[in-house]
Design a protein around this ligand. Structure first.
Ligand SMILES: [Zn+2]
Ligand SMILES: [Zn+2]
Length: 280
C-alpha cells in the first residue's frame, strides 16, 4: 500500500478503497480521520476521529494502539460515537489477550453534536451526524483566527498599536472551516454548509455508473450524480473525491470526473483519491 501524498499545508496522506480500507492523515494537525488499514506513517497521530464502525474505517485501529503501546508512544485520543465505545473496548480486550501483552492505552471522547473539541493550537473538531447503515459522523475542523474589529478598520498600524498598549481588544475571534470529511453518507450531507466552504473537502463518491444511482441511494452512499447536482455550490480550494469503488477503471473514473470539473467553479481544484497513485 502506498498512501497518496497531497500538496497542501495540512500534510494530508490518504489511502482509500471503498469497502476495503480508508484513512486520512493530516500530519500537520496530528489528526487521523478513520483508520481502515495500518501503515507506519500513522504512528504519530494523536487525535483519531472514527466516522463509524465499518471495518474499512476502523480495522487498523487495533494495530495502531498495539504499536503505540509497545513503542511507548503517547496514547492517542479517539473521538467517536458513544455507541462504539463498548465494542471497541471489548475488541481491544480480546486482542490484548490474544497477544498476551499489556493493556493498550488510549483516551476516549464521545462525539456530541454541536460540541467543539480542541485538537491543538487554534484548531477545533466538530462532528455532524450522518445518515448511513449505522451511526456515522462527518468531521469538520475549524481554525480560530483573529480579525480586526470593524470599527478599527480605518486606523493605521500605529493607532492600533497604541490602542493595544492601552489595553483595548481590537480583534474579533472568528472560526474558519479548514477541513471537511464526509465519512460514508448519502446526499443529506449537502445540508451542511461547511462542506462547500472548507479549505479542503474530502468527499466520499463510492458509485459512478449512471444506472447504479438508485442502488447507491439504497446503500446510503454518494453517487457522482449526487455531486454533479450541487457542483456550482462548491467553494473549496481543494475537493478530493474518495472512497471510490474498485469496480471501476481509472480511465472511466477520470473521464467521468471531467464532467464534474466542467461544472465546478474555476477556483476549485478537483482531485481523485485513487489507490496507489501518488499526486505531487
Ligand atoms: Zn466505507
Ligand atoms: Zn460505511
Amino acid at each position: 500500500m502506498r498512501p497518496n501524498i497531497w500538496q497542501n499545508s495540512f500534510g494530508l496522506h490518504s489511502f482509500s478503497i471503498a469497502g476495503d480500507a480508508n484513512f486520512y492523515l493530516f500530519k500537520a494537525l496530528n489528526l487521523l480521520i478513520d483508520i481502515g488499514a495500518w501503515h507506519p506513517i500513522l504512528a504519530s497521530a494523536q487525535h483519531i476521529f472514527l466516522s463509524h464502525g465499518h471495518m474499512d474505517h476502523i480495522a487498523g485501529l487495533f494495530k495502531l494502539l498495539s504499536y503505540k503501546t509497545s513503542h511507548k508512544i503517547q496514547p492517542p485520543t479517539i473521538y467517536a460515537h458513544p455507541d462504539m465505545q463498548p465494542n471497541i473496548q471489548t475488541a481491544c480486550q480480546a486482542l490484548e489477550q490474544l497477544n498476551g501483552l499489556k493493556t493498550w492505552d488510549y483516551h476516549w471522547q464521545n462525539l456530541i453534536p454541536e460540541t467543539h473539541f480542541t485538537i491543538g493550537n487554534n484548531r477545533l473538531l466538530q462532528a455532524f451526524p450522518l445518515t448511513h447503515h449505522i451511526h456515522s459522523n462527518a468531521c469538520l475542523i475549524w481554525e480560530q483566527r483573529k480579525r480586526l474589529q470593524e470599527r478599527y478598520k480605518g486606523l493605521d498600524t500605529q493607532q492600533i498599536q497604541r490602542l493595544v498598549l492601552e489595553g483595548a481588544e481590537v480583534n474579533d475571534q472568528i472560526l474558519i472551516p479548514i477541513i471537511f470529511y464526509s465519512g460514508d453518507t448519502e446526499s443529506s450531507v449537502f445540508a451542511i454548509p461547511e462542506l462547500f466552504n472548507a479549505e479542503i473537502c474530502v468527499l466520499e463518491c463510492t458509485f459512478w455508473e449512471p444506472e447504479y444511482r438508485s442502488k447507491a441511494n439504497k446503500f446510503k452512499h454518494l453517487h457522482i450524480m449526487d455531486i454533479l447536482d450541487v457542483a456550482s455550490q462548491f467553494n473549496n480550494k481543494i475537493l478530493i473525491l474518495t472512497h471510490i469503488s474498485e469496480r471501476y477503471s481509472i480511465e472511466f473514473i477520470t473521464n467521468t470526473a471531467q464532467k464534474l470539473q466542467d461544472l465546478l467553479p474555476r477556483s476549485v481544484q478537483l482531485k481523485l483519491d485513487l489507490p496507489t497513485i501518488i499526486t505531487t
